[in-house]
Design a protein. Structure first.
Length: 203
């Protein structure tokens, strides 16, 4: 790992952390690995050759108020051997449920993603993500993969998946407060009640 953001104290977490204008160039399951924070800015970084660029694995203190923008995220995109029994996966911004915490309020905007997953959200305890104006290419797992979408905003993204990917955009369950509009998606989509979103997106 290049950066681990964590706390040894119960009911306390780091606040107002800035990670700006860095180049990380090595394989790691979480070049930036976050377990607890309230206020994190990740801007203008090159996160390349990663297994996972940004891993959000919240503990009991949780993760809140994260801003991820203007980054290049290039991650492992083919062989995912070794992840069969893990609760995370390779990708750009990936969540992990193993620490049992929650996530609320993550802005992901104006980034370039190249990797097995672009953005992967895997619990209904992970809420209020804004995924806006990003460019996704060659995601062999899935560009945007969300098991349960709770109050998320997915807007204005250009999504192109790799030829071997099952879905470019996957949402297992979606609540009424989730906004899904103005996206251009090349490849297969799986979205509940997909026809409801057809007018406002190009699938």
């Amino acid at each position: 790992k290049s950066v681990l953001i964590d706390s040894e104290e119960s009911e306390a977490c780091p606040q107002e952390i800035y990670i700006l204008r860095n180049v990380f160039l090595f394989p790691a399951a979480g070049q930036i690995h976050v377990k607890s924070v309230n206020g994190l800015t990740i801007h203008n970084n090159m996160l390349d050759a990663a297994t996972t660029a940004i891993l959000l694995n919240p503990d009991e203190n949780g993760i809140q108020n994260v801003d991820i923008r203007y980054n290049y995220m290039g991650s492992k995109n083919e062989n995912i051997t070794g992840y069969e029994d893990r609760t995370d996966m390779p990708g750009g911004v990936v969540t992990d449920t193993s620490e049992g915490g929650s996530i609320c309020g993550v802005m992901i905007t104006d980034n370039y993603f190249w990797g097995y997953y672009g953005v992967r959200i895997t619990s209904d305890r992970f809420t209020d993500f804004s995924i806006i104006n990003n460019y996704f290419v060659e995601s062999n797992g899935g560009s945007i993969y969300i098991t349960d979408s709770v109050r998320n905003r997915i807007e204005g993204n250009i999504i192109y998946c790799g030829g071997g990917a099952r879905y470019s955009l996957y949402i297992g369950a979606i609540d009424e407060e989730t906004v899904l509009r103005y996206n251009i998606v090349s490849g297969k989509c799986k979205i509940p009640n997909k026809n409801n979103y057809q007018e406002d997106n190009f699938f």
